[in-house]
Design a protein around this ligand. Structure first.
Ligand code: PLP
Length: 421
């Protein structure tokens, strides 16, 4: 099936007389006839549901759908995008290890990497993703375990050269993790360009209706975890009677370990009701992404031509430094997110936001309703001025998330607010 059909049909195929719509298995637990059967589930010698923290039919259907959309061997839904990024890293790195990450990433991920992972003994070196290969090579150490970046960075809208980053990582036997939240598999499938793990905040376009916080990790199945550089995949796990993940689960070793070890112990799971909402969103994802892109292109062009606007960051705009990368990795469009700065700086940005009528101020992005945010005073508030600069964020930057309203109404609201800014 093609992507639009997978969005509707992957993960759940009702049989004769079963519900047409994915049912919500609102149950923490599952009934079994004998202790022998339950023991097999706990030993991982048989697959099945036994406790919703580790697996649930509704959540499983959504995991299968997202894995199919990204072209992976398996997926794990999490309670949030933050949890997805945390588990994606902790599944391959431990205290004493090191990661290389693009600097222009979501502020919450930056904090997770720079503060919390550091506290856990995992160090992260942030790099300018436009630097030359020679410069980037300098960031790697003997204990580096992975490379991380965002397909379209939040909020700076830089395009990651996924192929180049994958080559840099693979040259050292390391996996590339790509946060594909803004692009979604509709606009870009990072596995097609060499990424090994994909993460999403499903809170964004996958849900799309601002209903449910969630995240997902998807495993391409292509990375060789048995190389010896990742002992937790090749050494026996005492918590499963000495099971060796790379031997027992082959191509699915990474995603199985994330579930049976980390989700078991850390417990940041998605709920059945939450998964149902995400599934609702996924069904219309291709239609919505197309309209988000067209409306955002109209808004970006309008803003770029406005006398009060200093700069606009939307990779599809002619003259954008990432235009060639966008044309290659994101030929169908660059999502609904447009970042721009007003000539009047921080104050003009705030005035502009306060004067909007239809467009709302929300700590969110990727909603069907057009919304705005001021990153320096909200999502990236914890970053120092230097970290903000490194992440490419100016104090006056406005992040506009273009929704599905009629583009005339979006442009009219932008126009009247700009008039007063
Ligand atoms: N990754 C990206 C690119 C994001 O934009 C966000 C949130 O905005 C996250 C991860 C974190 O996701 P969540 O808010 O679902 O925890």
């Amino acid at each position: 099936m093609k992507l639009e059909s997978l969005c509707l049909h992957a993960g759940y195929s009702p049989e004769n007389g079963q519900p047409r719509v994915l049912p919500i298995a609102q149950s923490t637990t599952f009934k079994y006839a004998s202790t022998v059967e339950v023991a097999k589930l706990f030993d991982l010698t048989e697959a099945g549901f036994f406790y919703t923290r580790l697996g649930n039919p509704t959540v499983d259907a959504v995991e299968q759908k997202i894995a199919a959309l990204e072209g992976g061997v398996g997926a794990l839904c999490t309670s949030s995008g933050q949890a997805a990024n945390m588990l994606a890293v902790l599944n391959l790195a431990r205290s004493g290890d090191h990661l290389v990450s693009a600097a222009s990433i979501y502020g919450g991920t930056f904090n997770l990497f720079a503060v919390t992972l550091k506290r856990l003994g995992i160090e992260v070196t942030f790099v300018d993703q436009t630097a030359s290969d020679e410069e980037l090579e300098k960031a790697f150490r003997s204990n580096t375990r992975a490379v991380f970046g965002e397909t379209l960075s939040n909020p700076t809208m830089n395009v990651l050269d996924i192929g180049r980053f994958a080559r840099l990582a693979h040259r050292r036997g390391l996996p590339l993790i790509v946060d594909n939240t803004f692009a979604t598999p509709v606009l870009c499938r990072p596995f097609d360009f060499g990424a090994d793990i994909v993460v999403h905040s499903t809170t964004k376009y996958m849900d799309g209706h601002a209903l449910q916080v969630g995240g997902v990790i998807v495993d391409s199945g292509n990375f060789d975890w048995a190389s010896g550089a990742f002992p937790e995949f090749t050494e026996p796990d005492p918590s499963y009677h000495g099971l060796v993940y790379s031997e027992a689960f082959g191509r699915a070793a990474y995603i199985v370990k994330a579930r049976v070890q980390l989700m078991r112990d850390m417990g940041c799971c998605q709920s059945p009701q939450g998964a149902f909402y995400i599934n609702q969103g996924l069904e219309t994802l291709p239609l919505r992404m197309e309209r988000h892109c067209r409306n955002a292109e109209a808004a970006a062009e309008y803003l770029a031509g406005h006398a009060k606007v200093e700069s606009v960051k939307y990779p599809r705009l002619p003259g954008n430094p990432d235009k060639a990368l966008a044309d290659f990795y994101l030929p169908k469009g660059c999502s609904g997110v447009v970042s721009f700065s007003l000539k009047g700086g921080r104050e003009a940005g705030a005035r502009f936001i306060d004067c909007l009528k239809m467009i709302s101020l929300q700590v969110h992005v990727a909603d069907i309703r057009t919304c705005v945010l001021h990153p320096a005073s909200s999502t990236h508030r914890q970053l120092s001025d230097e970290q903000l600069r490194e992440a490419g964020i100016t104090p006056g930057m406005v992040r506009l998330s273009v929704g599905l309203e009629n583009p005339d109404d979006i442009l009219a609201d932008l126009a009247q607010a700009l008039e007063q800014a």
